[in-house]
Design a protein around this ligand. Sequence first.
Ligand code: ATP
Ligand code: ZN
Length: 606
Amino acid sequence: MAIDSYIQRMFGDDSPTFGTSKVLLVGAGGIGCELLKDLIMMNIGEIHVLDLDTIDLSNLNRQFLFRHKDIKQSKSKTAIKAVEFFNYKSKLFSYHGSVMDKIMFPLSFFQQFNVIYNALDNLEARFYVNRISLYLNIPLYESGTTGLKGQVQPIYPYLTECFNCIPKETPKTFPVCTIRSTPSKPVHCITWAKDFLFSQLFGEGDPNDIPSPDVSEFTNEEEAKASANEVNELSDLRKLVDDSKFSDFDFLIKIFNKIFINDIERLIKIDDLWKSREKPSFLPLGDYLNLLKSTGDSKIDRVYNSKDLDQSSIESIFKIYIASTLRLSDRLRNGEKLEFDKDDIDTLNYVMSTSNLRSLIFGIQTKSEFDVKQIAGNIIPAVATMNAIMAGFSALSSVNYYIEKDNIERVSKSKMIFDSSASDKVVNSSKLVKPNPSCSACSVVKGIVKLNLSNLKLSDLRDKLLSKYNYDDDVEIMTLDSRLLYDYDIEENLEKKLSDFLNDGTVLLINDSDEKLDIIELYVVNDSSSTEIVLPELSIPPSKKLRNQGTNDDDDDIEDGVVENGDSDTLNKDESSTVASSTIVLEDNDDDLIIEEPNPKRRKIN
Ligand SMILES: Nc1ncnc2c1ncn2[C@@H]1O[C@H](COP(=O)(O)OP(=O)(O)OP(=O)(O)O)[C@@H](O)[C@H]1O
Ligand SMILES: [Zn+2]
């Protein structure tokens, strides 16, 4: 049966406006491939698929639109080609690039869409698209999975929580001293091997530029000194690795001695570290090292790798260490730039062997190549079924919107879907919640300012802001990344051209110097044909400070007999009582009236 007939059967004559909709699908990975199939089955008018990546071998187990022959091809292009044989009406478009690339995808690119679906794997891009959906007031269907966990959050800007409303967990990090001096878990040794040892010996960057560790991160002074020494010596070794004439086998012994003997000796001497911990011990590799020294380079098995690993044998781990060090230094000397990649056998073997040798020294359990790959590659197992379920719910949640897009209040009563831990349920749902009033993304009034950056000066923008929004006194102008461009102490920029500071896509924060009005956020759109600055119509609420003051003063009213007074002309009715408290009249015990002026506290960001 044709898709149309299914849709007709399900929705009857009130068939939703799938066919006339134009949507953006961000991400063509695990969830994205599934979602593309689902959206096609809904006969969405236009589906624009955007992804920055190419296909890897490791994607094939779950990204069902891709085949072995597609490896190294663009994900978005391959995905839309793969569905060509589906019986569909949707028009498909693909884009190969990062959604955060403001040149490839300016705000106007997003403006054409009715709905955005996120199928991303990182917070940065998710936060970015969330902001775009807020600027343009486009519903966003946010989905994600980690293993057997998953979630779909429909976001109806300003009506329901946005992606930024709820604080997100950041990836776990470990204290520097644990990684450098007192590891107690395999993950500590793997982090040391990958982020410290590998990156300093083989990673990009000038060996003279290896930063010293931050002394304040160590509680023990000797430990901080030992750590600083380690870095200096490593930088010398890196020079040896880089030296193109160097082919002396001694080099391997030097590195080994430094990392696995001298550095450990130094740590053992710091008694304070071992009061409540087992001291590290040396690897029983003496005979093997001597044998290698006497037989020399010719006897080294350069191709020995993790396939030959006997995890219980120190010698086997050591042989992988030697072989992978040689292979990596050869590659480095051939001019290759190296970075850790879980799918690059040399870098993985190096991290696996060095972390396991360190684990043995500190009495920690060794890990297999598979485990090290998971931990070092930050791999969270992706489960194809969970991706398919969440993609399905993402598409399904959006049906509400297509059916009743003219009644967005009603649509915003939809539900959020997430995995269930109950044995008899696959998923759970909960009502969408109103936005968090202190969310830094959606609680700030936003708009788009159109202007010709190369024709105008900062003073033009400042003057226009003052007149358009009736600020009493002055404003502070800064960028979202905290560059202060103007306030009443910093006038030197006023006569400079806006193009000196701003680009298409820069986000500006405008703050009322009097702290009466709330901060506003303006997205800069450079329009070279524009002759004037076009600022958005905004209704700027009173500042949070005033609102809080209002609330506190309400309490004080009872205790202190505060009488409120003020001009509420420019205010919304329901906010007038709080803003009026900007001029507070206090009655003191002697019946004299004291007028307390608002005391604007200014923030300076350098
Ligand atoms: N800034 C971005 N712009 C466009 N696409 C992005 C951006 N960031 C991530 N993506 C894409 O989002 C998709 C997420 O899919 P998924 O979670 O399955 O990850 P993956 O990279 O395909 O798999 P794995 O991480 O397991 O190798 C990927 O295809 C990735 O390229
Ligand atoms: Zn929010």
